[in-house]
Design a protein around this ligand. Sequence first.
Ligand SMILES: [Zn+2]
Length: 345
Amino acid sequence: MAQALVLEKKGELSLREIALPSELGPNDVRIAIHTVGICGSDVHYYTHGAIGPFVVREPMVLGHEASGTITEIGSNVRSLKVGDRVCMEPGIPDPQSRATLMGQYNVDPAVRFWATPPIHGCLTPSVVHPAAFTFKLPDNVSFAEGAMIEPLAVGVHASVKAAIKPGDICLVTGCGPIGIMTALAALASGAGQVFITDLAPAKLAIAGQYDGIRPINVRDEKPRDVVDATCGSDWGVDVVFEASGFAGAYDDALACVRPGGTIVFVGMPIQKVPFDIVAAQAKEIRMETVFRYANVYDRAIRLISAGKIDLKPLVSETFPFDQGIAAFERAAEARPSDVKLQIVL
Ligand SMILES: [Zn+2]
């Protein structure tokens, strides 16, 4: 039995003992969890009890954005040792699946992802995880930053999919944690300028602290007008990252992308959204989608360690584990000035 932050059912959390698998296989490591970030998905399971086809039917431990310290290694593990500070990639695919063999293990239908029903998450003092999905943190990367590699990996994966070129001008629609991290990943990947849109001034102000990011409040300015001033009225941005999942943003994405440019769909709308295919065809744009990430954790860690991305301003507040439920209530308030709330064990 282990203490854990458990989503009993929609709207009901508890901090209690629960039986969790703890057997250490030969290719696994055991990790004492240090910091866990609260993700929008954790909050959505708490407030709605489901995300699409994933429905909370049994009590489930929440949390998938984690860092910690290795306390034990399996007999085959050579890449990591006891005492290493690490962060973990929360999705474990079937190593033999066709998707995994293609390198796209993130879309393996059999992937087991922390805190996605029925798989337990990591808001518990100790977890067992495959060494292959556990990454050593350099000394200059903190546990707080380590626990933000997971959302940053989404942005890095989106930049890989975008095939950013030096000096690209980008637009990110949506200034949530993933939107901001996508903008930072694009800049670190060589983008020369990144616009980011939202309705909430507090969110835009946080993004606007970073050199190279130009916030656009869509209540005050039309994204296309702002883009025109930089790119010319007959052109547009090289890459749009749609990171809001908000129906209205798809028209902005199409209006702002240049002919022959790229739209990367990062945000997940809760319902089907209308999308103007002909507008996309008329500019012959390239469209890419991302589902979580694959093969970018090491790159994301390196960008932090090298000082190319500073995530520290994005930690809004840190809660002790015994205040974990209060942390989730705060997250459910969705204060516009909160980017990332974290729980320290
Ligand atoms: Zn997350």
